[in-house]
Ligand binder design. Structure first.
Ligand SMILES: C[S@@+](CC[C@H](N)C(=O)[O-])C[C@H]1O[C@@H](n2cnc3c(N)ncnc32)[C@H](O)[C@@H]1O
Length: 246
């Protein structure tokens, strides 16, 4: 059965945009619920891998409501979050305003949030020391194009880090995990967002995304160094890491 938010080719971006416009307000809540809060740990792992030095310029693509962007800023980076969804960015900017309020007691520099397409970045080459993307590459019309853009805007020595749903190598675990994505995740989407299809999209998009092994292969083709795949929960989630050569 086809999914209301998945379309191949030219229609893809418009459908993905509709999806995130629809779920933006409940996105953070459902992330916590569906991952039992674990997504926070995985995002922290991304930021540790980024090895931020004070003043590093960091770009977080498909930043959504800004979890990774804020964490990069907290680690000392001059952080920019980019997303094409006005509704997701609105949540990120509201979070930023709250941090700036006098009662927040936060002295951290706020990240910069901009609207743009991850496949056509509005930055010159060699601009960033760190480029991250969390749960974003899978949603692009061309994930390869997204990775090419990450590479282009990265400075020599920069760390490129991708966090996304993965495909477990173990067939039994993969079957159980896909059943969870097919049944319980859409059910929770229906219960808390009124939209099962928006959450059934995760499995649909994952089926069309070659996941951690192909991302690592593409990183090697780009001649990134120290390419690593970090499997989480037996490969149900994965982090891809690589460094742009000096
Ligand atoms: C699943 S959310 C991830 C948000 C955040 N990175 C996180 O980990 O919580 C995916 C995000 O990718 C954005 N997105 C999808 N395609 C995009 C594109 N071509 N350019 C920029 N953002 C895009 C969506 O708007 C959405 O906010």
């Amino acid at each position: 059965m086809s999914n209301a938010y998945y379309a191949p080719g030219d229609q893809r971006a418009a459908k993905v945009n509709d999806l995130f416009a629809r779920i933006a307000r409940r996105y953070d809540f459902l992330n916590d619920l569906q991952s039992f809060g674990l997504h926070r740990l995985w995002k922290r792992r991304v930021v540790r891998l980024a090895q931020i030095k004070s003043g590093d310029r960091a770009l977080d693509l498909c930043c959504g409501t800004g979890d990774i962007t804020f964490a990069l800023a907290r680690a000392g980076a001059d952080a920019t979050g980019l997303d094409f969804s006005a509704q997701m960015l609105e949540v990120a900017k509201n979070r930023s305003e709250k941090l700036k309020s006098p009662t927040a007691n936060s002295h951290l520099p706020s990240p910069n949030f901009i609207q743009g397409d991850a496949q056509q970045l509005p930055f010159p080459e060699n601009s960033f020391d760190v480029v991250t993307v969390g749960y974003g590459l899978r949603n692009l019309t061309s994930w390869e194009r997204g990775l090419d853009e990450m590479f282009r805007v990265a400075r020599p020595g920069a760390r490129l880090i991708v966090l996304d749903f993965g495909k477990p190598a173990n067939a039994l675990w993969r079957g159980l995990y896909f059943t969870h994505l097919k049944m319980s995740v859409p059910l929770m989407g229906w219960m808390f967002c009124g939209d099962a299809s928006a959450y059934a999209y995760i499995l649909e998009s994952l089926k069309h995304y070659p996941a951690q092994l192909a991302v690592a292969e593409k990183m090697r083709q780009l001649k990134l160094e120290n390419v690593r795949v970090i499997n989480l929960l037996g490969g149900a989630m994965a982090i891809n890491y690589g460094e742009k050569p000096n």
